[in-house]
Design a protein around this ligand. Structure first.
Ligand SMILES: NC(=O)c1ccc[n+]([C@@H]2O[C@H](COP(=O)([O-])OP(=O)(O)OC[C@H]3O[C@@H](n4cnc5c(N)ncnc54)[C@H](O)[C@@H]3O)[C@@H](O)[C@H]2O)c1
Length: 252
């Protein structure tokens, strides 16, 4: 029960990575404040999490809306008294035709990617950090992607927005670690994704050293480690959880 007495706020927790983290934390005794854009999805996920005995509150809305983010944090604090752990997870492609050559990408799309993958995370840091610093305790994980490091053809807005996060995380860490707050980025590669084509999946599996897709629980457990007190001397890092993709094979 390593998370007993702790409350975690997790964005985009209705499915996927966010939900996997929620299950790990609930198994460890945490209370959960869960956000998602999709209220029905969140309700179903919250019901499953309550089976672990977790106290779960739901906060529906888009993290890109500062009013929603502000309300979500106030409601979570009112319900659970405090936020000890933050998982800045919601992210991805915010616009209908996101993956295209940069020369064809309107600035509005570029801004939309930054709103979802960078500014929403920065806003939540603004909202939770003062209280964490005052209380001398907090653990934050910001979800990034291997695209931030490798770049991604036809995905420059996503890669650039995630790369900006790394500068945010390493900078903020220097300001808050001595106040008991750690903040790390996780650099995800090849988790399952519902809209990935089979060819793309085969290619990513080949890039990984395991020749397979990562399992949600493998991402959930690694992120939970960074949220636990076992990671007390790790901060400002960009930790790969990628099946080895960032260390490419050289002899093939
Ligand atoms: N799955 C991948 O291939 C992959 C790879 C690398 C990094 N990542 C990163 O991992 C994180 C989670 O990815 P995932 O694949 O689990 O996501 P996903 O697309 O499955 O979405 C997870 C949840 O987030 C919610 N969501 C989407 N936009 C939101 C918003 N604006 N506000 C609140 N909730 C919102 C969705 O409704 C969904 O329930 C993202 O930051 C993503 O960029 C994913």
């Amino acid at each position: 029960m390593r998370f007993e007495g702790k409350t975690a706020l997790i964005t985009g927790a209705g499915r996927g990575i966010g939900l996997a983290v929620a299950h790990e934390l609930a198994r460890g005794g945490a209370d959960l404040a869960l956000n998602d854009l999709d209220g029905e999805r969140l309700k179903a996920s919250a019901a499953a999490l309550r089976e672990h005995g977790a106290k779960v509150s739901m906060h529906v809305g888009s993290v890109t809306d500062e009013g929603v983010a502000d309300r979500m944090v106030s409601e979570a604090v009112a319900e659970h008294r405090k936020i000890d752990l933050l998982v800045n997870n919601a992210g991805g492609g915010p616009v209908a035709t996101p993956w295209q050559a940069f020369s064809k990408t309107p600035t509005s799309d570029l801004r939309a990617f930054f709103e979802l993958n960078f500014f929403s995370q920065a806003t939540l840091l603004h909202l939770v950090l003062p209280d964490m610093v005052d209380r001398g305790y907090g653990k934050i994980v910001c979800v990034s992607s291997i695209s931030a490091i490798l770049g991604q053809e036809n995905g420059a807005p996503y890669a650039a927005a995630k790369a900006a996060l790394h500068g945010l995380v390493s900078s903020v860490s220097k300001e808050v670690a001595r106040h008991g707050v750690t903040i790390n980025a996780v650099v995800l590669g090849n988790p399952p994704h519902p809209s990935r084509t089979p060819d793309r999946q085969d290619y990513l599996n080949h890039l990984s050293h395991f020749d397979r897709v990562g399992r949600f629980e493998e991402f959930g457990k690694a992120i939970a480690f960074l949220l636990s007190d076992d990671s007390s001397y790790i901060s400002g890092a960009a930790v790969p959880i990628d099946g080895g993709i960032l260390a490419p094979r050289l002899n093939e």
